[in-house]
Design a protein around this ligand. Structure first.
Ligand code: SF4
Length: 711
């Protein structure tokens, strides 16, 4: 008997609705759900191949302890006993969880509750740290809350789209399709042009479609946006009434921008872009109130990611271009549930329901709600510090869920070495082999897409159901169930009574509304008593979802009210930091730019299983400008050895060359997807030194300076 089930795609932060055709216990086809507001029937190539990645042979199907297959009860007891023993001997901060934007919100909630309220440590961080924690910090600083103000429709309503640090055509393809379709429709209707400016050191597929491409020197984004603020102010485009009524910090911010950006010529020189192109961008920005700035990893993955994001937000606040149809700064997340993780407190510096460690009332409120016996009192270690602590022996037990840090973390060899000497490594994963799972003492088979059941939140704050389509394979269990069983075995069972995901979601919603939520943005009070039937039928909705806003909230800040104590948004003066180190091709020193391919996801554990996705790029290649290749003496199909340069040399790799004129001279590009599992020679994380943003803790995964030699 065939049936159709609505669910969501498990890959990028667009969060597309998927209509799956299921026959018995098999997903036989997928198509975009016409009912889902994010994609309205569209899917990209990754999403449309979802059913081709469900290979039972590739799945982890049974728990094991130190190489011995065991039953669940034994595995759970081993985890609980191991964690209890380490806590007894070394205290709660000697254990850590490293979780993932692949988890569902319900999984995330239970993991966060167990660690922060019952184990008594806040050493739980997520791989979303690597993707968008700088955007979080910038939003909290500017708005007083981690709030994305916009709606995807704003990408169609904007007359000027500024995409910076994003190759959306490949990384968020359905949003890009929506932008392009809106542009075509406007042209066909004879409406004024909708323009797109792409700011990216490389001429990506996205830049190819732009009206203007600014191929800036890597790391100079804040100079460009500071210069834009000055330009707009000089031409009277900044909104004095809005600034006065709804913001603070404008005068200092403008003064700093004037000092640091200087003239347009100085901006052009700093960014290494022709003056006329800068002027064109600034003129379009001046004449187009409906402007959305869409930013992603190219902004966030930087040692000054928070400041870069703030420089964008400054421009929007100074012009009042926020909270209105077609006008917003719009941070786009990489992962399908990075936002859901933020909502429950999946980052070590977050509490739960957008509450904060720096507010004792918040800590006490969560403690009361959870009836937590061992409530943590301060923020824990971010991802890079957490793995350093593992390497130094301060963390003696780590539980990694649904992520592959041996590949994806910076200084990945150091992460591998840290795990190799850790007393207890527990890994939950749905796949049979990952570089990280292969290092685990205890392996726990988790359910994967098509089996998982719960909710995710996409980049526009829209909560959608990811529904179970088939029964779990083998002994695989849901992550929330595994964590709940461990909580029971550790003696906390009364506080973890969950039988089904709706029990967890209901509690999460109740916490969001607990004891007056007026000072916080995140509120799901309408779901506080949600029934199983209502949860099953839940339609995709943007939070806050309250009695006042039963259909969700499309945009925030339209009323000029922010979540700071004063109710005003904060502009913040930005002094651009030095860009990443200069290339020196004469000495074979290059700036390595990292990024994603159109047809692969993260470390390819799933997309690598679909033959047609593999065809787009069958092997990891390093893109080299032809002039640089000639200077290096490497043939068009030859090999380069890349080694990290700098204070903290990390690793090296070998990659076959592909010649490309789409990047600036002196720069190389490599995709991030390949691992030791799928290739002996493409693990880019091993080349990236550990350098983090001092505010957000987000690593600069985007760039490294490397030495290239012919191999
Ligand atoms: Fe999935 Fe993202 Fe593609 Fe949509 S755009 S189908 S969410 S990978």
């Amino acid at each position: 008997m065939k049936r159709r089930v609505d669910t969501t795609c498990p890959y990028c932060g667009v969060g597309c609705g998927v209509s799956a055709l299921v026959h018995d216990q098999q997903v036989i086809a997928v198509e975009g759900s016409a009912r889902h507001p994010a994609n309205r029937g569209r899917l990209c190539v990754k999403g449309s191949a979802l059913h081709e990645t469900l290979d039972p042979q590739a799945r982890l199907l049974q728990p094991s302890v130190r190489g011995e297959t065991v039953d669940w009860s034994t595995a759970i007891n081993e985890v609980a006993t191991g964690l209890r023993q380490v806590i007894k001997e070394h205290g709660p901060d000697s254990v850590a969880f490293y979780v993932s934007g692949q988890l569902l919100t319900e999984d995330y909630y239970v993991a966060n509750k167990l660690m922060k309220g019952f184990i008594g440590s806040s050493n739980i961080d997520t791989n979303s740290r690597l993707c968008m924690s700088s955007a979080v910090a910038a939003q909290k600083r500017a708005f007083g809350s981690d709030t994305v103000p916009a709606h995807y429709d704003d990408l169609e309503l904007a007359d000027l789209l500024v995409l910076t640090g994003s190759n959306a055509a490949w990384t968020h393809p359905v949003l890009f399709q929506r932008m392009m379709a809106a542009r075509t429709a406007a042209q066909e209707a004879g409406a004024p042009d909708k323009r797109m400016v792409v700011i990216d050191p490389r001429r990506t597929a996205t830049a190819e479609s732009a009206d203007l491409h600014l191929a800036i020197r890597p790391g100079t984004d804040a100079v460009l946006f500071n210069g834009l603020l000055v330009w707009l102010h000089q031409r009277g485009i900044t909104n004095a009434a809005y600034i006065k009524r709804h913001t603070q910090g404008f005068a200092e911010t403008l003064a700093t921008a004037q000092q640091t950006a200087g003239s347009v010529a100085a901006v052009a020189q700093a960014c290494a872009v022709p003056v006329q192109d800068i002027v064109q961008f600034y003129e379009w920005a001046a004449e187009t109130p409906n402007m959305v700035t869409f930013y992603s990893m190219g902004i966030n993955q930087s040692t000054s990611g928070v400041d870069k994001a703030q420089s964008i937000i400054n421009v929007h606040l100074a012009t009042g271009r926020i909270g209105k149809p077609g006008a917003a700064p719009f941070s786009i997340t990489g992962q399908p549930n990075a936002m859901g993780g933020r909502e429950v407190g999946g980052l070590a510096n977050q509490l739960a329901a957008h509450m904060n460690w720096d507010n004792p009332d918040d800590i006490n409120r969560v403690e009361r709600f959870w009836r937590a016996p061992n409530m943590a009192r301060e923020a824990g270690l971010n991802a890079t510090d957490l793995f350093s602590a593992v390497g130094e022996g301060r963390i003696k037990a780590i539980w990694i869920m649904a992520t592959n840090p041996v590949v994806s973390m910076p200084d990945a060899d150091r992460v591998r070495a840290a795990l190799a000497q850790c007393d207890l490594v527990i890994v939950s994963d749905c796949m049979q082999h990952t570089d990280t799972l292969d290092m685990a003492h205890i392996r726990l088979p988790a359910t994967g897409w098509s089996e998982k059941d719960g909710t995710v939140t996409n980049s526009e704050r829209r909560i959608s159901r990811q529904r179970a389509l088939v029964k779990p394979l083998g002994e695989a269990q849901h992550d929330w169930w595994i964590i709940t069983q461990v909580a029971h075995a550790m003696g906390f069972g009364a506080s973890f009574p969950y039988q089904q995901p709706v029990d967890i979601f209901r509690e999460h919603a109740q916490l969001s509304a607990y004891e007056n939520n007026a000072t916080r943005d995140f509120d799901l009070s309408l779901y506080a008593d949600i029934s199983t039937a209502e949860y099953d039928a839940m339609a995709p909705m943007q939070w806050p979802i309250t009695a006042k806003a039963p259909m969700g909230t499309a945009r925030l800040f339209g009323d000029g009210q922010f979540f700071t104590p004063e109710g005003k948004a904060r502009l913040f003066p930005i002094v651009p930091r030095r860009p990443v180190a200069e290339a020196n091709p004469e000495q074979s020193h290059f700036v390595l730019n990292t990024g994603r391919l159109r047809d692969q996801w993260h470390t390819m554990t799933r997309t690598g299983l679909a033959e047609r996705l593999d065809q787009h790029a069958p092997e990891p290649r390093v893109s080299v400008h032809p002039d640089d290749a000639e200077a290096l003496g490497v043939s068009p199909d030859g090999w380069l050895n890349l080694a990290t340069l700098g204070d903290q040399p990390t690793g090296e790799l070998k990659a076959r060359v592909v010649l490309s004129t789409t990047q600036r001279r002196g720069e190389l590009f490599m995709p991030i997807h390949w691992t030791h599992q799928n290739s002996r020679h493409g693990r880019v994380g091993a080349l990236i030194p550990t350098a983090i943003d001092p505010i957000s803790g987000q690593p600069e995964l985007k760039h490294a300076v490397v030495q290239a030699r012919v191999w």
